[in-house]
Design a protein around this ligand. Structure first.
Ligand code: ADP
Ligand code: MG
Length: 449
């Protein structure tokens, strides 16, 4: 059973949209999927048509030990997709659970119990995928998500501030792996809200790929209004607008994630239904058609280009069922599914080597360290990181890479510097600067100590 946490401490970067639509896509491709709403705003639950009445079992009751995982599950309108819904009550959970014993692993234990019961009863895991939609913070609920997961997808919006705060998130994942969950792998970095019309978005996408070489999913999720509309109808994109670019992008993402199923010991030995490749190929081709037709309109419409028109989007190659995969012809990097845990770090990162690990963690992760070691966690809201002292980076103690001259040549097309430089500035203040005269002075990309 693959357990995938969708995380980024920023809000509005497509986590919930990804949880709902990736979950739905996997279910449509024959997988048994559960999506878990770990956000008190319950956006995922509402997106999938569930508005819990007070008293109905939710994530909150699960974490408090009042109900089992199975008790809380609800069916959705998509066959094969179930939801563990959230309720506004969850907003109090971080405080209520502050002194609970083993508070970081409550969700993991609930999941383990559910899985073990199913294995005992039927010899089979109760689901193929559990997708955990984390809230926009690095507090106890996100820690529970990361502790329960064995894979992480980091969603990054392709906007100017994409990499702001990313080093903190990277460090938290690494710390989780060291302290609580050594099995945590990186499924990949997922660029979202990608507006193909904007040069800025293309440059940010290139920067993300340069910053995390080989770790970025081959196909970004494009900005598509149908994805923004579908939550208000309480259904996934596949029911609301199955031929939209949004549906296509999430289907491709699901295929890319499924390509790594052989790495999961349980799924590898199970006989999973194989989606009809020809049919899927035809569906994808059909989906691409309206965008191509729009080229002939007299008034230029702001449509999403097809893959063929957009050099940033890779060609989708659908191979026979045994090895479903998506290949990027533009980028020869290994696919995210092939990555190993240690891979989630900025390119050329110096890392914390040569330093006392505990000291480094205490210095740079007061919040998580508190959660791991102290009786009560410090709750963190990172919606406004610059004002929140608990997420401030201490530039002097920061073990992350600092700027050195980039070995890369200046890209003539590029007008911005998105990559963080160092320490606090890297996290909170991406510098907008013209390249050219500044190139080679530490402003052109992520670099090492
Ligand atoms: P998060 O869970 O990270 O806070 P959401 O998934 O809720 O982010 O997305 C924030 C907003 O952006 C929502 O209104 C959502 O409908 C919209 N949105 C997300 N992804 C897309 C996309 N690819 N295209 C258009 N709108 C999107
Ligand atoms: Mg959300």
């Amino acid at each position: 059973m693959r357990r995938i946490a969708i995380i980024n401490q920023k809000g509005g970067v497509g986590k919930t949209t990804t949880a709902a639509n990736l979950g739905s896509a996997l279910a449509r491709l024959g997988r048994r999927v559960v999506v878990v709403d770990l956000d008190a705003q319950a956006n995922l639950s509402l997106h999938l048509g569930t508005d819990l009445a007070s008293g109905e079992p939710s994530t909150y009751d699960l974490l408090l030990g009042r109900n089992s995982f199975a008790d809380c599950l609800k069916d959705t309108t998509t066959a094969g997709l179930r939801l563990l819904p959230a309720h506004i009550d969850l907003s109090g959970a971080e405080i209520e659970l502050a002194s609970a014993f083993g508070r970081e692993i409550l969700l993991r234990e609930a999941l383990d119990t559910w899985e073990a019961a199913s294995m005992e009863a039927s010899g089979e895991a109760p689901a193929d995928y559990v997708i955990l939609d984390c809230p926009p913070s690095l507090g106890l609920l996100s820690i529970n998500g990361l502790a329960a997961a064995n894979e992480v997808i980091v969603t990054l919006q392709t906007e100017f501030f994409a990499l702001q705060g990313i080093s903190k998130l990277v460090e938290i994942v690494q710390l989780m792996r060291r302290r609580i969950n050594p099995n945590l792998n990186v499924a990949g970095i997922l660029p979202t809200l990608y507006d193909t019309r904007l040069r800025l978005a293309r440059e940010v996408l290139a920067e993300i790929r340069r910053y995390f070489p080989g770790q970025v999913f081959s196909h970004p999720i494009r900005t598509n209004v149908k994805l923004a509309e579908s939550p208000s109808h309480g259904v996934s994109i596949f029911e609301y607008a199955p031929n939209s670019p949004g549906a296509r992008d999430y289907l491709i993402l699901a295929r890319e994630i499924m390509a790594a199923e052989s790495q999961d010991p349980e799924l590898a030995v199970r006989e999973l239904p194989v989606p009809a490749v020809e049919q899927l190929e035809a569906t994808l081709a059909e989906m691409a058609r309206p965008a191509r037709a729009s080229k002939n309109r007299k008034t230029p419409a702001p449509t999403v280009p097809t893959d063929a028109e957009d050099p940033d989007l890779p060609t989708v190659v659908l191979t026979p069922p045994a090895a479903p995969r998506v290949e990027a012809d533009a980028s020869p990097q290994p696919r995210p599914a092939d990555l190993k845990p240690a891979d989630l770090k900025p390119a050329d990162s110096g890392g914390p080597q040569g330093r006392d690990e505990a000291q480094t963690e205490a210095a740079t992760h007061p919040t998580l360290t508190a959660i791991c070691d102290e009786p009560a966690p410090t709750l963190v809201s990172t919606s406004a990181p610059a004002q929140d002292p608990s997420v401030e980076l201490d530039a002097a103690k920061d073990s992350s890479p600092v700027a050195t001259p980039s070995p890369e040549p200046v890209r003539p097309e590029s007008s911005y510097n998105f990559a963080p430089n160092s320490g606090a500035e890297r996290d909170h203040m991406p510098t907008r600067s013209r390249l050219g005269p500044l190139a080679g002075k530490g402003l052109s990309g992520p670099t090492a100590n």
